[in-house]
Design a protein around this ligand. Structure first.
Ligand code: COA
Ligand code: AMP
Length: 630
């Protein structure tokens, strides 16, 4: 069946279409129907089913006779190790961990925060929670203690599972001191913390609170899978919004299982038993969906890669891993390819490896620029598929569904909407615009299974942030257009979210940190174009009247504050000091105009500007630090 037929079949009867897809899941009690719209515009899928995620991701493959199949390959160039775990081993390890958590009081509905680097134990912790019906919230290791504390206070976990350390090229990330720091800042305290001691750094445990990963499992009874309702939250994943307070995206269990299973064959084109590799991090949605859950649900082998595209040890690492493990389908962010391209522009290192197993490369997380796509197409000789999604949606809104039909690629477009998504481009008044016209991208409600039903503890924020601007639609926060053939083009964000090396960051959150500096009167953080990371944050600071300190010193302090408060992943390293911020007469900071100045793009001086002369000062300040870049 072609893509057009598949999409049309979904559109003709979405509920029947989704009910058909439930056949891929082992249910304790199958759903009686697909959509539960009683609380519209809050929708739920398969709410009255009973099911367990861990059973579907692990145990059922063992029961089906595939216990010897490799479930997880840990590829860790930073520790020079490779480790393989079979499905049978994974089941035993997860059942034991879940048993130990249960023995310490973790039951269905309890929250558990997971703060771990790219090691198989991170996946095992997620699966152990799923086994018990506990709700995990994984926090990315590149966040600093205050960000971890904010998530602890919002999720109120009964337990935290962490590793002693992570390894970044050239430095050890001290997870345990970061965790201790977060627990000093947080108002909520967990009952206990489980610490996995890595040999690179053994952490000091706090007696009475911390237990060691191995010893706390000693002698426990392994836990069986606990069936949960279809609308039971599987996890909470925090993501950046426009303010400093992150949004807790909730994922319901049954829709997550059904949607992810569907994508493995139909979008990524892989069969059970094949090796699937998403080079992301479990702290991001790509890691949740395509390092942990989807490949395991589908019976694939997943690669947990603890390294970087370059420098661990070189720009050929990705190709080595693909050769060594016979990877069939590979998923990464465009920024990773740009990093490789910068070191190996002719892709000479590709020739050192046998990439015959690879059938496709998938890109997401940020706009895939045509140069990078062309480079990858030439280097690898396989389809390079851009696809577009968000933490909120959990899987692709638009893609080129390789497993259904390889549609013609239009470079610069993530192709076409996937079944489940009625994507519309709207004007300010909420009316669909003609093809080729730029507008806000929205998805007609209900969103499909697997997407967010609400925000954790914040249904009103969910409604306000996503549903109120265009009634009847989910507002994606992205702007773009649809061409005459129905292909989508994602051009920009409509809010203050920026995308740095495929990581989603809030300029508002950085502004909150900088504004708290005693010498800063006002500030704005904008995202400026960067050839490697896509965007980089740039601060524009105004100092308090009478402040006679060295501005360079204040900039250094602000950079340190953002690193200590948000984390190194914010990559906030540059700022300028100016007398005033450009504003409209009503006081709105002209961020978009500043972005255009920094990027060297044409712009019109806004008619509503308070004082146009400020723009010259801004341009001079930017030029002094090399913007626009040559
Ligand atoms: N734990 C602790 N610190 C982390 C971290 C982690 N898990 N991940 C990143 N950091 C730190 C880095 O060490 C760096 O710190 P530094 O300022 O001391 O150098 C900082 O956060 C910024 O990291 P990053 O954005 O990764 O930049 P980089 O310069 O180290 O590497 C790339 C550049 C392009 C190679 C890298 O960004 C990359 O591989 N990107 C792919 C991103 C990706 O897969 N995203 C997932 C979306 S699908
Ligand atoms: P995250 O929630 O971190 O996955 O970030 C989601 C955002 O990243 C989207 O709203 C887009 O702004 C951007 N994004 C993700 N994938 C793509 C893509 N393929 N093309 C353009 N932008 C993308």
């Amino acid at each position: 069946m072609s893509y057009a037929e598949t999409y049309a079949r979904w559109k003709a009867d979405p509920e029947a279409w989704w009910m058909e897809q439930t056949a891929a899941i082992d249910w304790d009690r199958p759903p009686s129907r697909a959509l539960f719209a009683e609380n519209a515009p809050f929708y739920e899928w398969f709410a009255d089913a009973q099911v367990n995620t861990c059973w579907n991701a692990v145990d059922r493959h063992v029961e089906a006779g595939h216990g010897d199949r490799i479930a997880i390959i840990h590829e860790s160039p930073v520790t020079h190790t490779v480790r393989k775990i079979t499905y049978a081993e994974l089941r035993d390890r997860v059942a034991s961990l879940a048993g130990a958590l249960r023995a310490k009081g973790i039951t269905k509905g309890d929250r558990v925060i997971i703060y771990m680097p790219m090691i198989p134990e991170a996946l095992e912790a997620m699966l152990a929670c799923a086994r018990l019906g506990a709700i995990h919230s994984v926090v990315f290791g590149g966040f600093a203690a205050p960000e971890l504390a904010a998530r602890i206070d919002d999720a109120k976990p009964k337990a935290i599972i962490a590793a002693s350390c992570g390894i970044e090229p050239g430095r050890v990330v001290h997870y345990k001191p970061l965790l201790d720091g977060a627990l000093e800042l947080a108002h909520h305290l967990p009952d206990f913390c489980v610490i996995l001691q890595r040999e690179q750094e053994v952490a000091k445990l706090v007696p009475g609170r911390d237990v060691a990963w191995h010893s706390f499992q000693f002698g426990v009874t392994p836990a069986e899978c606990v069936p949960v309702e279809g609308n039971h939250p599987a996890y909470i994943l925090y993501t950046s919004g426009t303010t400093g307070q992150p949004k807790g995206v909730v994922r319901h269990t049954a829709g997550h299982l059904v949607a992810l299973c569907w994508t493995m064959k139909n979008i990524y084109g892989v069969e059970p038993g094949e090796v699937f590799w998403a080079a992301s991090d479990v702290g991001w949605v790509v890691g949740h969906s395509y390092i942990c859950y989807a490949p395991l649900l589908h019976g694939n082998t997943t690669v947990v890669f603890e390294g970087k595209p370059v420098g661990t040890p070189d720009a050929g690492t990705f190709w080595r891993v693909i050769e060594e493990h016979r990877v069939a389908s590979f998923f990464t962010a465009p920024t990773a390819l740009r990093a490789i391209k910068r070191e190996d522009p002719q892709a000479l290192l590709v020739r050192d490896y046998d990439l015959s197993s690879l059938r496709a490369l998938f890109l997401a997380g940020e706009r895939a620029d045509p140069d990078t796509i062309h480079w990858a197409q030439r280097a690898l000789g396989v389809p390079v598929i851009d696809h577009w999604w968000q933490t909120e949606t959990g899987w692709a809104i638009a893609a080129n569904p390789l497993g259904i039909e390889h549609l013609p690629v239009k470079v610069g477009s993530p192709s076409v909407p996937m079944p489940g998504h009625d994507v519309q481009v709207l004007d300010e008044g909420g009316h669909p615009v003609p093809p080729g016209t730029l507008g806000a991208i929205a998805i007609r409600l209900p969103l499909p299974p697997g997407t967010l039903p609400t925000l954790w503890n914040a249904p009103e924020r969910f409604r306000k942030a996503y549903l109120s601007h265009f009634p009847g639609f989910y507002e994606t926060g992205d702007a773009g257009y649809i061409d005459d053939d129905g292909y989508l083009y994602i051009m920009a964000r409509t809010d203050d979210v920026i995308n740095v090396a495929g990581h989603r960051l809030s300029t508002g959150a950085m502004e909150e940190v900088i504004a708290a500096h005693p010498d800063v009167g006002e500030c704005a953080v904008i995202g400026v174009a960067d050839p490697l990371k896509g965007q980089l944050p740039l601060g524009v600071l105004c100092l308090n009247k009478g402040c006679d300190r060295d501005p360079a010193e204040i900039v250094r302090e602000c950079v340190a504050r953002v690193r200590d408060s948000i984390g190194p992943v914010a990559a906030f390293k540059q700022a300028v000091v100016v007398d005033r911020l450009p504003k409209t007469r009503s006081g709105k900071v002209l961020r978009a105009t500043m972005v255009k100045i920094a990027d060297g793009e044409e712009f019109r001086v806004p008619a509503t500007i308070d004082d146009p002369a400020i723009l010259d000062e801004i341009a001079k300040a930017f030029a002094a630090i090399g913007y626009p870049a040559k």
